[in-house]
Design a protein around this ligand. Structure first.
Ligand code: DOR
Ligand code: ZN
Length: 344
């Protein structure tokens, strides 16, 4: 029996949603992760300290009995966000604020339309020691969807990083070689999260042999050279790149639709699939750093004390899961084989 034991990991980017969905998503993540950075793109979005505190409590209430899982809360930036909002959010323990360019993804319509107008807010965040988490895609109609991340780096990210060298910035769910190269070359206050789907798949897995709506997420899967760059960088153990699943549930019929939602619900298999990938890469010795050390170090938080153990054993990810509202959801990698299993 082949086992791997690592310090308890954290998920540095996910979507729990709200209401009774929390009874599905929170236990799924808490089964192996001690902490998670919780995205604020609810309807309405989490835009102030009061909303942060209330949402945190709803998440805590959805934890399984005896769970010591800890949600790490984020604030949703809009062009109405004030410096006072940042100060108050920080006072209630908000660790980061999320920048969505308006229209970039799920529930981002209320988000940032005028990036430059937010520079005073970034300045306040830098003073407060609040991290900036960025969905790095431009949204202009004339920019091809496969080029939107690259264009965001050139047009926006480069200048934000230059203007705020003391602001810790996480370039979220990166998908391109351009993003890898940018983060590697940037100062030490710039890091990135990487999802299981962007390590496992490329755009052929979305489009060849029929459209696969359950592989549709944003930023969209890119061509294989980009997937290769992501795989290569995690295999080096570079500490600027760490685990962020972007687990993002949408009900089955909202994915299998003429206008399907973006997001892969990976919470039930994410740690196993990352392990599967690191094994394929011959880099299992780098898994613990990626999953359990580099994120905490970057956020300036202590590493977790416990451990988790995985066993090398084939299992099939379920075809569907029934949500608390009775509706089905298709988990990421449904029906496919994973070569590592969490021992619970
Ligand atoms: O695929 C995605 N789904 N990407 C995002 O940026 C948001 C997320 C969601 O909230 O569904
Ligand atoms: Zn996300």
């Amino acid at each position: 029996m082949t086992l791997i034991k690592i310090q308890t990991p954290d998920d540095w980017h996910l979507h729990f949603r709200d209401g009774d969905m929390l009874n599905e998503t929170v236990p799924a993540t808490a089964r192996c992760f001690k902490r998670a950075i919780v995205m604020p793109n609810l309807v309405p979005p989490v835009t102030n300290a009061k909303m942060v505190e209330e949402y945190r409590q709803r998440i805590l209430d959805a934890r399984p009995d005896n769970s010591d899982f800890e949600p790490l809360m984020t604030l949703y930036l809009t062009n109405e966000t004030t410096c006072e909002d940042i100060v108050k959010a920080k006072q209630v323990g908000t660790v980061a604020a999320k920048l969505y360019p308006a229209g970039a993804t799920t529930n981002s319509d209320a988000a940032v339309k005028e990036l430059d107008a937010l520079f005073p807010i970034f300045d306040e965040m830098q003073k407060q020691g609040m991290l900036l988490l960025i969905h790095g895609e431009v949204t202009d109609n004339h920019i091809d969807i496969f080029d939107r991340e690259k264009e965001f780096i050139a047009r926006n990210l480069t200048r934000i990083v230059a203007a705020f060298p003391g602001l810790k910035i996480v370039f979220e769910h990166i998908t391109t070689k351009d993003a890898v190269d940018f983060v590697v070359a940037a100062n030490e206050n710039v890091a990135a999260t990487i999802t299981p789907q962007h390590l496992l798949l490329n755009r052929n897995d979305l489009l060849v042999g029929g459209i696969r709506p359950h592989n549709y997420c944003l930023p969209v899967l890119k061509r294989n050279i980009h997937q290769k760059a992501l795989r290569e960088i995690v295999a080096t153990g570079n500490k600027k790149f760490f685990l962020g699943t972007d687990s993002a549930p949408h009900e089955k019929d909202q994915k299998e639709s003429a206008c399907g939602c973006a997001g892969c619900y990976s919470a039930w298999s994410a740690i196993e699939l990352y392990t599967h990938v690191f094994d394929e890469l011959g880099a299992l010795d780098k898994l613990e750093g990626f999953a359990s050390h580099y994120g905490a170090d970057f956020y300036g938080l202590p590493r977790n004390e416990g451990t988790i153990t995985l066993v090398k054993e084939d299992w099939t990810i379920p075809e569907q899961i029934i949500l608390p509202n009775g509706k089905p959801i298709v988990p990421f990698f449904a029906g496919q084989n994973c070569t590592w299993k969490l021992i619970e």
